[in-house]
Write a protein that binds this ligand. Structure first.
Ligand code: MG
Length: 171
């Protein structure tokens, strides 16, 4: 799975960066949950879990930084245990796994790409929730919203995508 199976090598870098990406389809009859916040919307994100694409992308960024696999391997969407799962809980579990391998999440930058809704007003609450789940200081957590200028599946309002970068440090 990774180059660090059986324990990290002695010469591992002290600071490591990971990237995560996620997208989910917008559909009627689902809650819109992003960064652990329930956001008022006529459409919500479709998925096996609560489909919180912010939590999923950040989880993959942190796991990737630590060389600890990915969200699909840890929490397979074929498994009934993760049906409608609280993705902030999955993020918290992933951070515990990363800490167990000697890495502490210290910083993250997240971009949400969606035509609707506006992300900015919800960013402070998302940051507070993600900080509590990851142990990252709120001052080192950034969440930005972008539209896709009307282009493609995001522009047509069919879905939402999220890109996250995270830094972990060895301790
Ligand atoms: Mg996802």
């Amino acid at each position: 799975m990774t180059g660090e199976e059986g324990g990290p090598p002695a010469n591992r870098p002290a600071i490591r960066v990971g990237i995560g990406y996620d997208s989910h389809r917008l559909v009627p009859g689902r809650l819109l949950i992003l960064g652990g916040q329930r956001i008022p919307s006529d459409l919500g994100l479709e998925g096996h879990s609560d489909a919180d694409a912010v939590a999923h992308a950040l989880t993959d960024a942190i796991l990737g930084a630590a060389g600890s696999g990915d969200i699909g391997k840890l929490f397979p969407d074929s498994h009934p245990q993760w049906k409608d799962a609280d993705s902030i809980g999955l993020l918290r579990t992933a951070c515990e796994i990363v800490r167990g391998r000697g890495f502490r999440p210290v910083q993250a930058d997240v971009t949400v790409i969606a035509e609707q809704p506006r992300i900015g007003p919800h960013a402070p609450a998302m940051i507070a929730t993600l900080s509590a789940a990851t142990g990252i200081d709120p001052s080192a957590l950034s969440i930005k919203g972008k539209t896709n200028e009307g282009m493609g599946f995001i522009g047509r309002g069919e879905g939402v995508a999220v890109i996250a970068v995270a830094t972990v440090e060895a301790f």
